[in-house]
Design a protein around this ligand. Sequence first.
Ligand code: CU
Length: 105
Amino acid sequence: MAEIALLSAILSGVLFTPLLASEHVVDQLGRKFIPSTLNVKVGDTIRLKNSDSFAHNAYTDDYQNEFDSGMQKSGEDTLINIKAKTHFKVQCAIHPEMLLHIEVD
Ligand SMILES: [Cu+2]
């Protein structure tokens, strides 16, 4: 019976999904998100780096993937956890020209 429960858990993706979750890296450099578009999956993480010599404050208005880095100093990393299947934008509160499109499959 334990084998059947394990097998059905694997088939339903309960155990499989975490193994497939991956981390994507996006840099903030020259007041740009690099890359500026990204395809990810629910459960993935985006590591947002800051290679500029000044601070950024990345955030999104998307309520399903709510995120606000606060003041992110030069050289610091911040993580975005992908929770919902949607297309959303990440912007910088300090530099309005910065735009990152994230498509969640
Ligand atoms: Cu910025």
